[in-house]
Structure formats: structure tokens, C-alpha cells
Write a protein that binds this ligand. Structure first.
Ligand SMILES: NC(=O)c1ccc[n+]([C@@H]2O[C@H](COP(=O)([O-])OP(=O)(O)OC[C@H]3O[C@@H](n4cnc5c(N)ncnc54)[C@H](OP(=O)(O)O)[C@@H]3O)[C@@H](O)[C@H]2O)c1
Length: 281
């Protein structure tokens, strides 16, 4: 294999789907993983089929299930090296902490946190032996800023940020770069099929019902303003192409850098008021 190789998890929709298409156009050999291989059609419809074998292979992977990794392992064995790993698979669980079950928290972490660890551990031996590689972890603005009604998602991304920071320091001496991509809100399925809300917080009997409704209404209203996911995909390609990733964090999207900067600068009391006012409290 003389092409650069990229693995993208969760490539059946959103950033992952668009990244699989874009990286193959840019001359990469793409290993596109997804839970349901029927969804590979979404990619196949949009790339040059006659050259597909040279550009892309699909592996059925549920990042929460270690037993589902065999096809990815086989492809890795055939290909023999990995230049870029994009840990993209993820979803968002909302709800108020008092009403989110432990199982709902665990399920959120299984995908957004432990899933990333599992796939990374599979790829690290290849990158370490090669003496190079890039690991791009899809975090979120929610990896730096907490928001009421979103603690499962936010805490999974905060955990991912802490883990990635340690990993970067551990593997940098082996020539491997680790970076966090921190998007704001972009138009993908994470706001529809990729979103779960703790059932209890949706019930009219919930003490959080009114505020949950306000948050949901705000999300719905803002949807049209969400960014074009290709912006994030272009950032991923640029990072993959860069000789060295000098930063750990790459925030992207409207208001994201300003939000992170503000949080780091203003006293907590003011920040808190600002966040609560955004949801009408
Ligand atoms: N869009 C945004 O505004 C935004 C902002 C910040 C961060 N992000 C992050 O970006 C990443 C991609 O999300 P997206 O916005 O592109 O949403 P999306 O369109 O819903 O795509 C999510 C992808 O993850 C896959 N996935 C979910 N659970 C999985 C599992 N257990 N194993 C394997 N694949 C799984 C989904 O597969 P199925 O088709 O099988 O469900 C889908 O391919 C996520 O990590 C998300 O947290 C998104």
C-alpha cells in the first residue's frame, strides 16, 4: 500500500461519511468503519466506483463491542500501516442528572469514551512501529464547556479530553500526534437520530420538564444556523496533511473560540449567569 491510510469510525453519516468521501478524493486509502454495512451505500453513491478497491474498504464495527473488531483487524493486517486514525463515532445523550439513569451514563461513555480507547489501542502498535501517525479525536465544545441538561454528553467529552491530553504526552516521543477537534454545532444527524434524551426529563411530571422544553426549543430554533459539516472535514484533511500537529486542541465553529476564551477569562459567577441566561433562566 503506497497511499496514506486513514481509518474513520462512524462513517455512515455526518462528519464521518463526508470525511470518508473527501479523504478518498484526496488520494487516501480509507478504511471506513460503521455499525451497519448497508449504510456504505451512502458513500458508494458519491465516489468513483471503478476505482473503489484502490480507495476504500469497509469494516463493520460497533465501537462498544470488542467482538465486532475482526474485520477491521483483518484489513489492518492486509494493509500493514495506518497514517491517520479519526475517532469520530459518537452520539449525544441529554437529560437532567437527577433523572439520567446510570445505564444511560454508561451507554454514553461506552461509545464516546471507551469506544475511542478500544480503537486507538488497536492502532497504536502500528503507529509506534512506524514511528509516525496522527490520532484525531472528535471531541466538542462540550469537551470544554458544561451545559445544563447535557451532562452525559459533556462528561463523556471531558473524559475524552483528559485521556487525549495524557495520550499525546505518552506517544509524542514515538512520533505520534494526538489532537482534539472541538466543533460547535454543525448540521449532521447528531441532532436527530444521533440524539437521546433521558426519558424521565421528557415527562410533564418531571421537575425539570419546563427547562428541558426550553432547551429543546432553543436547539430546534438554532438548527438552521448550524455550520456546514464540510468545514470540519476540511480541518480534518488539513490536520492529516500537516507535517506536525503543534496544538492539542482545534476548536471550530461559530462562537466556539470566543466561548472557550470567555470561560477561561471571566470570573465563574459571571460565566454562570451568562450560560443560564442563554437558556432563559
Ligand atoms: N454535529 C455536531 O454539531 C457535533 C459537534 C461537536 C462534536 N460532534 C462529534 O462529532 C462526531 C460525529 O458526529 P456527527 O455530528 O457526524 O453525528 P452523526 O451524523 O449522528 O454521526 C454519528 C456517527 O457515529 C456512529 N455511531 C454511533 N454510535 C456508534 C457505535 N457504538 N459504534 C460505531 N459507530 C457509532 C453513527 O452510526 P449509526 O449510523 O450506526 O448510528 C454515525 O455514523 C461525534 O463524536 C460527535 O460527538 C458533533
Amino acid at each position: 500500500m503506497n497511499k496514506p491510510v486513514v481509518i474513520i469510525t462512524g462513517s455512515s453519516s455526518g462528519f464521518g461519511l463526508l470525511a470518508a468521501i473527501e479523504f478518498s478524493k484526496q488520494g487516501y486509502f480509507v478504511i471506513a468503519t460503521m455499525r451497519d454495512l448497508h449504510k456504505q451505500e451512502h458513500i458508494l453513491q458519491r465516489i468513483e466506483l471503478n476505482t473503489m478497491e484502490d480507495h476504500i474498504r469497509f469494516a463493520e464495527v460497533d465501537v462498544t463491542n470488542s467482538n465486532s473488531l475482526d474485520s477491521l483487524k483483518n484489513i489492518l493486517h492486509d494493509v500493514g500501516h495506518v497514517d491517520v486514525l479519526i475517532n469520530n463515532a459518537g452520539f449525544a445523550t441529554g437529560g437532567f442528572a437527577e433523572e439520567v439513569s446510570l445505564q444511560e451514563y454508561k451507554s454514553q461513555f461506552e461509545t464516546n469514551f471507551f469506544g475511542v480507547i478500544e480503537i486507538t489501542k488497536l492502532v497504536l502498535p502500528f503507529m509506534r512501529k512506524q514511528g509516525n501517525g496522527k490520532i484525531l479525536n472528535l471531541s466538542s465544545i462540550s469537551g470544554q464547556i458544561g451545559f445544563p441538561g447535557l451532562s452525559p454528553y459533556v462528561s463523556s467529552k471531558f473524559a475524552l479530553e483528559g485521556w487525549s491530553e495524557c495520550l499525546r504526552l505518552e506517544v509524542n516521543p514515538f512520533g505520534i500526534d494526538v489532537a482534539l477537534i472541538e466543533p460547535g454545532s454543525f448540521q449532521t444527524n447528531i441532532w436527530s437520530s444521533g440524539k437521546k434524551v433521558a426519558e424521565k426529563s421528557l415527562l410533564p411530571s418531571s421537575p425539570y420538564h419546563q427547562i428541558m422544553k426550553k432547551i429543546e426549543a432553543k436547539l430546534e430554533k438554532d438548527k438552521e444556523k448550524y455550520g456546514d459539516p464540510m468545514e470540519v472535514v476540511r480541518l480534518l484533511v488539513n490536520l492529516a496533511e500537516a507535517p506536525k500537529l503543534t496544538k492539542l486542541r482545534y476548536p471550530i465553529g461559530q462562537g466556539v473560540k470566543t466561548g472557550i476564551l470567555l470561560k477561561s477569562m471571566v470570573p465563574w459567577k459571571i460565566w454562570e449567569k451568562f450560560v443560564l441566561r442563554a437558556i432563559g433562566r
